[in-house]
Design a protein around this ligand. Structure first.
Ligand code: HEM
Length: 349
């Protein structure tokens, strides 16, 4: 029923949507909208959240469903059961929302977080459909089906982590775990895409370049790990100084930030060296290497902007998104190089 071509298309769509989820997550963080929906999976107890604060005020003679939320005396109250209100507010019908005391309604934050969740749900559906398509290959290529189902399960785990992130009031460590799982899912999908693409002989090499690409990936992982520590530090600074005082966030930056910053020079040098050899010696397609180096430069530029221009709007999001694109592209290139190298060895032996 489904062809390998349509499976490839769905894999590509899954990869694109996961990057969109990463972008949406970055926008949520950049705008401080993480608590725009205090509950999960619903938002203020609704599948489609309110657009006006008045919708969260107590309303007489109204039918409330169990779980619906109102704000009363600057506190959240949750409907105990489905019921009709009388003329006045009755404490007995409501229970306090005890997970946290967040009780502000900000239309912009709520809808930013809500759209983020919608994109997440859409991503889940796209990966679900990809898994359905992969069932077609159960007999011929079991690995494809198993790994696509693993990607789907990882998406579900990601949704659960997303809930815990909200429940823990955006715990910095959990945000990091959330990001790492997203990167693993992208990696898995890119691997599957590579598996169903023909070997690209343009990436011919003697095996040395694929080894170097693996070293580059490991080096970038170290940089990303340091970056997440810097982000956790910034999260604490935001708690301490608040959003408007971004100029104070990196004053007396920690050692890990200084290493993260300087280590980029090493990354740039290794990337330039490997790209030079690939293009000059092996005549590899320039586009992929240029894109990789451009992404490195944009990441560094956004880092410099955060550091010296006090986190201008979009710089945090750009930094995260380009860093995750770098890892995706490196991983893809590594697999292309690896299979082309095997082909080259087979051809000469
Ligand atoms: C290729 C080089 C680089 C890579 C791959 C990289 C990667 C990352 C990553 C993955 C994060 C975590 C983002 C998040 O979890 O939201 C991060 C955070 C950060 N990086 Fe870098 N980075 C690089 C270079 C730089 C440079 C050169 C600077 C400064 C001059 C810098 C400054 C920062 C800052 C300030 C944060 C915290 C961002 C935040 O709070 O949202 N980075 N980096």
């Amino acid at each position: 029923m489904f062809t390998i071509k349509s499976y490839r298309r769905w894999l590509r769509a899954s990869i694109v949507i996961i990057y969109l989820i990463i972008i949406a997550g970055a926008v949520v963080r950049m705008t401080g909208s993480g608590m725009g929906c205090p509950d999960w999976p619903k938002c203020f107890g609704y599948w489609i959240p309110p657009t006006e604060e008045t919708e969260l005020e107590f309303s007489p003679d109204t039918h409330y469903k169990k779980g619906m939320v109102i704000i009363i005396n600057e506190e959240l109250r949750v409907a105990r059961e489905d019921f009709f209100t009388g003329n006045t507010y009755q404490e007995i019908d409501w229970k306090p929302y005890i997970k946290h005391d967040y009780s502000v309604f900000n239309k912009f934050h709520t809808w930013t977080e809500y759209i983020n969740r919608l994109i997440g749900a859409l991503g889940g559906l796209v990966v679900l459909f990809t898994a359905v398509v992969s069932l077609q290959f159960w007999r011929s290529r079991k690995k494809l089906t198993i790994l696509t189902v693993v990607a789907l399960l990882a998406m579900l785990i990601q949704a659960v982590i997303g809930k815990i992130v909200v429940d823990t009031l955006l715990s910095p460590v959990l945000i990091t775990i959330h990001m790492i799982v997203a990167l693993l899912i992208v990696g898995l999908l890119i691997y599957l895409l590579h598996e169903v693409l023909p070997v690209d002989s343009r990436y011919y090499n003697k095996g040395n370049l694929s080894r170097w690409m693996l070293i580059i990936i490991a080096m970038t992982f170290i940089q990303v790990a340091m970056g997440t520590q810097v982000r956790q530090y910034i999260d604490h600074q935001v708690d301490l100084f608040g959003y408007p005082l971004s100029s104070a966030w990196l004053e007396n930056g920690p050692l890990i930030f200084l290493i993260h910053r300087s280590y980029s020079i090493l990354l740039v040098l290794v990337h330039i060296a490997v790209s030079y050899i690939a293009i000059k010696k092996y005549k590899h397609p320039k586009r992929s290497y240029f894109s990789l180096n451009a992404l490195i430069l944009i990441t560094i530029l956004s880092g410099v902007l955060m550091n010296y221009v006090d986190f201008p709007l979009g710089s945090q999001a750009a930094h995260l998104v380009t860093a995750s694109l770098i890892l995706g592209l490196q991983f893809y290139l590594w697999m292309r190089l690896r299979t082309a190298a095997r082909l080259s060895v087979a051809a000469t032996s």
